[in-house]
Design a protein. Sequence first.
Length: 145
Amino acid sequence: MLRPSRKSDLEQLFAIWHDAVKATHHFLDDDAFDEIAQLVKDDYLPSKQFLVFANEEDVPLGFMGTEGNEIESLFIHPEQHSKGIGKIFVDQMKAAYDTVVLEVNEQNPLAVGFYEAVGFKLDWRDTTDSHGRPFPILHMVWQRL
């Protein structure tokens, strides 16, 4: 079930983010992870509205943050990977926009492969993330034909 996020979801959304990043972002050392986690928990999650995929008990299993036609964040709990939840989120964006853009860590091959599998193409590459850290970012785009 897709629904808007609620303030009561914040703890679960952080847990999803935490577990998904630990499972896929092996390039982050503990200090970088802790720094990013603090920003996500204190600033990012409380300041945004997300689209949430919840189970039958209304427990969030994944979430997507967007800004216009950009997917800003897409995190699925690792136990739910490869079950089609990410594709459901992406399909929502594809239904709403003729062009969808996103950024993904180049060092996260599972995410890069997922986005390629659902039709995204590399547009350009940054050698660092938006905070200047040495984590290359791929800018990807999907366009309706």
